[in-house]
Design a protein around this ligand. Structure first.
Ligand SMILES: [Mg+2]
Length: 120
């Protein structure tokens, strides 16, 4: 299983990677600082599970989401955002995200997320 953590905040990425490692151990975890880097990583590595921030420079999460799925339609995308407005949530689900969760994600919340997406 390959994972990709996408966020323009280095601190947010490190926090997510830490929560992820607490659950999946030494899996392959890639990082991207914007949507464009995430799409490039998807092309090269064909990752299975993507954590995606929405507000990022260069290419935001809304634009990256369909491009990620274009390269791997079986990838599961979890949008991780501070924006919990219902409209944002509906929009990313319509674009193909499996889940929309609010920042921050600790190890326990990560466990719940991984369990949820293993059933879809
Ligand atoms: Mg951001």
């Amino acid at each position: 299983m390959k994972y990709l953590v996408t966020d323009d905040s280095k601190l947010a990425r490190l926090s997510l990677v830490k929560s992820l490692k607490a659950n999946v151990g030494e899996a392959e975890i890639f990082q991207a600082e914007n949507g464009a880097v995430a799409v490039e990583t998807m092309k090269k590595e064909n990752v299975d599970i993507v954590f995606l921030d929405l507000t990022m420079p260069v290419m935001d999460g809304y634009e990256a989401l369909p491009k990620l799925l274009e390269h791997n339609k079986n990838a599961k995308v979890i949008v991780v955002s501070a924006d919990i407005q219902e409209k944002a949530k509906e929009q990313v689900i319509a674009l193909g995200a499996q889940l929309h969760v609010q920042k921050p994600i600790n190890a326990e919340k990560m466990k719940e997320i991984l369990e949820l997406i293993s059933h879809v």
